[in-house]
Ligand binder design. Structure first.
Ligand code: ADP
Ligand code: MG
Length: 390
């Protein structure tokens, strides 16, 4: 795609972020370094971004009035969560450009629309069915070979709003009914459970004037549908890494993306690369970009939405992260102590990133550890060793 003249929003301007979770926090910290002012909107007045922003508006994801109010004081508005209502985006866009915009968000917010969009534009995806009733689900499970992931069309994340069927023998009618109830008996998508070799992701940035840059692929390790650790660059065959990058760039260009887009992909045991899902914001699998790359995903997000030249995405040295879930805090509390951060930080080249969330809950992302290494394998080994010491 051809590049147009830039209309940069220069440092000193104010950036609004819809959502003040850890992604908003880390974006805000990058924006601060560049000299921007930042406002966020989040339902939680004690959200992770709060300590690092100029103003925090307490409001839910459907609060179009507050979204518009925040946007009035901003030069550009972006987001850190895709569950923001389209009404909020439209309301904000009356006062400031919203990047990424409502057209892309409308497609991404609904897993059915997202998958259909990918198919329509020729991107490779696994076998799936859109289901809107228990009967449709029963048919879908049969047609997809019996072993499936069921995901609610809207609202899920980190494995929430998901159920699995057929993993412990043939799926019975009862198991399917239970799965339907578990995801909320609403419109959802049934996906054939794929035999995975690996999971990778590619973060791509595109600016309003049309400059596009994709980071080298990350390799991601999930357990119970939650990301456990991730490393950049993915230690995978170069042809696969190139193919993954191309897919991400093509998706960004097809959407005429303004901002960031993370493309999660599956590598199946028979060597196919399939798109799993899209996230129009910074992504957990690119936290290591802060240490691995010349430009972090958070700075790239700011550069993209402000139409500044995109930063170099080259990997200077491999880096890995491991997520710290509330479970670590709960486990330590059982032993009447707090996590041993001092022990973890004694591992060479390990850094700690905490999101200042007050209440640890099972499965809640509280922070991460990062490490660099001479190789991707060494970075992963270090970060896992540090996590073990907590
Ligand atoms: P979330 O929005 O919670 O990240 P995902 O669709 O990415 O939801 O699913 C979370 C994880 O569950 C994936 O990263 C993968 O490990 C596993 N998973 C999801 N769908 C499939 C599938 N069709 N086949 C195999 N594994 C899957
Ligand atoms: Mg995912």
């Amino acid at each position: 795609m051809t590049q147009q003249a830039r209309e940069a929003i220069l440092p000193g301007a104010t950036i609004g972020i819809l959502g003040g979770g850890q992604l908003g926090r880390m974006m805000a910290m990058a924006a601060r370094s560049l000299g921007y002012r930042i406002q966020v909107m989040d339902p939680d007045p004690a959200c992770p971004a709060r300590p690092v922003v100029d103003a925090c508006f307490e409001a839910g994801w459907n609060d179009a009035l507050t979204s518009a109010y925040m946007a009035r004081g901003c030069d550009v508005v972006t987001l850190e969560i895709e569950q923001i209502s389209i009404e909020c985006l439209d309301a904000a866009s009356r006062f400031a450009p919203v990047r990424p915009g409502a057209a892309l968000l409308t497609v991404i917010q609904d897993r059915i629309d997202q998958k259909n969009w990918l198919v329509k534009h020729g991107f490779p995806v696994g076998d799936f069915r859109a289901v809107r009733s228990l009967e449709e689900l029963q048919t879908a499970v049969r047609e997809l070979g019996g072993r499936c992931y069921l995901k609610s069309a809207t609202g899920g994340y980190d494995g929430r709003g998901q159920a699995k069927v057929g993993f412990t023998g043939e799926a019975s009618e009862e198991e399917i009914r239970q799965a339907w109830q578990d995801v909320g008996a609403c419109a959802c998508i049934a996906e054939k459970a794929l035999e995975l070799d690996k999971e990778v992701s590619v973060m791509v940035a595109r600016s309003p004037s049309g400059e596009t840059k994709a980071f080298p692929a990350a390799l991601n390790h999930h357990e119970n549908q939650i990301l456990v650790w991730s490393v950049i660059p993915a230690p995978i065959a170069e042809t696969l890494a190139t193919q993954a990058k191309q897919i991400a760039e093509e998706i960004a260009d097809t959407f005429a993306l303004e901002g960031l887009l993370a493309v999660e992909m599956f590598v199946t045991r028979d060597g196919k690369l399939l798109v799993n899902e899209l996230a129009p914001r910074p992504h957990n699998s690119y936290h290591a970009s802060e240490r691995a790359c010349s430009t972090s995903q958070f700075e790239q997000a700011i550069r993209a939405v402000c139409d500044l030249p995109l930063g170099n995405v080259e990997v200077l040295r491999p880096a890995a992260i491991v997520n710290l879930l509330g479970d670590t805090w709960l486990h330590a509390a059982e032993e009447d102590r707090t996590p041993r951060f001092d022990e973890a930080l004694a591992v060479p080249d390990v850094h700690l990133h905490l999101y200042e969330k007050a209440k640890p809950r099972k499965g809640r992302k509280m922070g991460h550890l990062s490490a660099i290494g001479a190789t991707a394998e060494e970075a992963v080994a270090r970060v896992l060793e540090a996590a073990k010491r907590l």
